[in-house]
Design a protein around this ligand. Structure first.
Ligand SMILES: C[S@@+](CC[C@H](N)C(=O)[O-])C[C@H]1O[C@@H](n2cnc3c(N)ncnc32)[C@H](O)[C@@H]1O
Length: 206
């Protein structure tokens, strides 16, 4: 178990589990990965017949994600052919950890296939642009309830000048869940324009 958590690089012992906690604050941080190399590494691990060896391969990937300077696989080499993928660091590390913690090779294989799918295939529904193969990356979409919201967003043009206008997070969440990029949003009771402001916000963010 200890071996699972430690790696020696440049004579320095690094504990990835500790680093995972430390990094939780930058869950949304983008990292650019060489897609071809990444798939090669995942497929290499998938071919493994022995779980310890499979986990070691996955562990090496985690090390490169955490410590790009120790990249001996070319995973962070984005110049070779330009075929790159942008992933969120937190969810990626979590998926890799889940594989390392799998009890059976079948389960580890299942997680690896899912990881590969997340990088190679986009799966969306008819109602929004959420890539279901990478759903963990959408930390700004609330899935517990639409009504449990943090403090009212009063940034930018929003103002809470009169009773009756939307808490801006409500149209934001609705549009994230029920519109695709470029679609029209009808709000016949425009009021102070909360929905319009949020539309503009989404357009400028995407
Ligand atoms: C509750 S407010 C909407 C607030 C809006 N969602 C916001 O966040 O600012 C309702 C708005 O609908 C407008 N309204 C009410 N009846 C209307 C009607 N028959 N035709 C057009 N607008 C109407 C009101 O003037 C008011 O601005």
């Amino acid at each position: 178990m200890r071996e699972e958590k430690e790696v020696k690089t440049n004579n320095q012992v690094l504990d990835l589990s500790v680093d995972l906690q430390k990094e939780s604050y930058d869950w949304k941080k983008d990292i650019i990965i060489n897609k071809v190399k990444f798939i090669e590494e995942v497929e290499g691990a998938l071919k493994d017949k022995e779980i310890t060896s499979l986990k070691k391969k996955v562990y090496s990937i985690s090390t490169v994600v955490n410590y790009p300077k120790n990249d001996n696989m070319g995973l962070r080499n984005i110049d070779t052919n330009g075929d790159t993928v942008v992933l969120k660091k937190g969810p990626l590390l979590e998926e890799l950890k889940q594989i390392r913690e799998a009890q059976t090779i079948e389960r580890a294989g299942y997680y690896l296939e899912r990881l590969k799918k997340g990088v190679t295939e986009i799966k969306t529904s008819k109602v929004n642009d959420i890539n279901l193969n990478r759903w963990k990356e959408y930390t700004d979409i609330l899935t517990d309830s639409l009504w449990i919201l943090d403090k009212r967003d009063s940034s930018g043009a929003h103002c809470a000048g009169y009773w009756g206008n939307f808490i801006p997070q409500i149209p934001h969440q609705l549009m994230m869940r029920y519109t695709k990029k470029g679609e029209w949003v009808v709000d016949t009771f425009v009021g102070s324009g909360t929905t319009l402001i949020e539309c503009r916000h989404l357009v400028s963010c995407n």
